[in-house]
Design a protein around this ligand. Structure first.
Ligand code: ZN
Length: 272
């Protein structure tokens, strides 16, 4: 599933393609035909992302909400749109550009109270200036749940996925199983600042890089990572390989149905 930086990049891209322009909307597949008819002819005012949720605000008062989920994908281009291929849920076009959406978990029109409800069930998004990290910490410090699961819970922190959470815990030197309630305010401030920095970097570059300069391939004289997701990481999907910092083989386990990766030397369990 795309992590929050991808959705923030899409929000910026869609604004660059359509903001200020009248758009025509259709649903070649038919499943969003009613919504597309309501949208068609409106001018896109602005776009934004909350965690993994994308919103388009139109001058007609319509708000388009998209959640890509596991399989959702956007495609776009210039000029006349091509004949629709596959299950295109939503097609937007202006005189200059087109945009296709396939396979989303959610593609719907919301009114402002529904957007307020959506926001209310989402936690703090490190990529938003209006995020409230204190509210997230209030949830974390009351909970016996492992930090790994709390940071993946979109009602605590929004936009984080497996890669950012795995890597930020490594960088903090905390084992993923650390109970939320043992996290000190200072440790939380460090994690929050690190998430903001790493996620902003990913928005800029379009890939997730979490490795400090001293551990880059050039600095260490090692081969760059080869992985579908791109960037340089410390432990994510590196089970059995030596830790870039200490050489200990990276461990893997299951927790809440997700793959957990960590270094037992750099992220030692503490008795508390
Ligand atoms: Zn290590």
């Amino acid at each position: 599933m795309p992590e929050g930086h991808t959705v923030h990049r899409l929000a910026a891209r869609h604004a660059a393609l359509f903001a200020g322009d009248k758009v025509q909307a259709s649903s070649p597949q038919g499943r969003f035909a009613e919504g597309a008819a309501l949208l068609s002819g409106a001018v896109l005012d602005r776009t934004e992302a909350y965690g993994k949720h994308l919103l388009h605000h139109y001058d007609s008062g319509q708000i388009l909400h998209v959640h890509l989920g596991l399989y959702g994908r956007f495609a776009d281009g210039d000029g006349e749109p091509p004949d629709p291929v596959g299950q295109v849920r939503l097609r937007l076009s202006s005189d200059l550009h087109w945009l296709d959406l396939r396979g989303p978990t959610a593609c719907e029109l919301l009114d402002p109270p529904e957007v307020a409800l959506l926001r209310a069930r989402l936690g703090a998004d490190p990529l938003r200036a209006d995020a409230d990290p204190d509210a997230a910490y209030a949830r974390i410090r009351r909970s016996p749940t492992p930090l790994f699961a709390l940071l993946l819970d979109q009602s605590v922190v929004a936009g984080t996925g497996l890669i950012f959470v795995t890597e930020v815990l490594f960088r903090a030197g905390l084992p993923p199983t650390t109970p939320g309630r043992s996290l000190t305010p200072r440790q939380w401030r460090g994690i929050w600042a690190d998430l903001r920095e790493l996620m902003a970097l990913a928005v800029a570059s379009g890939r997730i890089d979490t490795v400090r300069p001293a551990h880059l391939p050039e600095a260490m004289g090692r081969a760059p990572r080869v992985d579908r997701h791109g960037g340089e990481v410390y432990v994510y999907r590196r089970a059995g390989q030596p830790c870039h910092v200490c050489g200990t083989p990276v461990l893997r386990a299951d927790l809440v149905g997700r793959n957990l990766f960590w270094c037992s030397t750099c992220q030692p369990a503490r008795s508390s």
